[in-house]
Design a protein. Structure first.
Length: 160
């Protein structure tokens, strides 16, 4: 098993469209994702282009050595809060890299945005993601993410 220190984050770019599209439509990611549906290439490129240009979104590619292995994204819900979404390509799960990516990305967001908290909306059957957010310091909270989801919250004050 590799160490978590070998992963890093970099800002996503439009040149990442193809790899993100492949991850996004992977059957496991679709099944465990909030929308539970595949997207078309046109829908994906429109979403990525708008997200990269928006002040309310931040997207990062998770890298292991020189290989892109997943993504972390943030959507600013309101001035004091944002929502995190993260996934690794299935062949890269189980190494602790998701937990480390969550920690690193939240550190970046707390440094660059004035948000007080980060919310994670996780499907009830996605036990791996629930465990990852808990290990990254998030606490379960009253569900505000909708039916079939659990909510997890990380406060800025909880960061060392």
């Amino acid at each position: 098993m590799s160490t978590v220190a070998t992963i890093s984050l970099r800002p996503a770019a439009l040149t990442d469209a193809e790899v993100i599209f492949g991850w996004r439509n992977h059957p496991l990611i679709v099944r465990l994702g909030s929308s539970q549906r595949q997207v078309s290439w046109e829908e994906h490129v429109r979403w990525l282009t708008e997200s990269l240009a928006s002040e309310r979104h931040r997207l990062f590619i998770i890298q292991w050595e020189d290989v892109a292995i997943g993504q972390v994204r943030f959507h600013r819900w309101q001035s004091s809060e944002c929502v995190i979404s993260v996934y690794l390509a299935p062949e890269f799960t189980g190494n602790g890299w998701g937990v480390e990516a969550i920690r690193q990305a939240c550190d970046v967001i707390f440094e660059s945005w004035t948000v007080n908290s980060v919310v994670a909306c996780v499907r009830a059957e996605n036990h791996g993601a629930q465990a990852a957010f808990r290990k990254a310091g998030f606490e379960a909270e009253e569900n505000r993410c909708g039916a079939g989801h659990f909510s997890f919250l990380l406060h800025r004050s909880a960061k060392p």
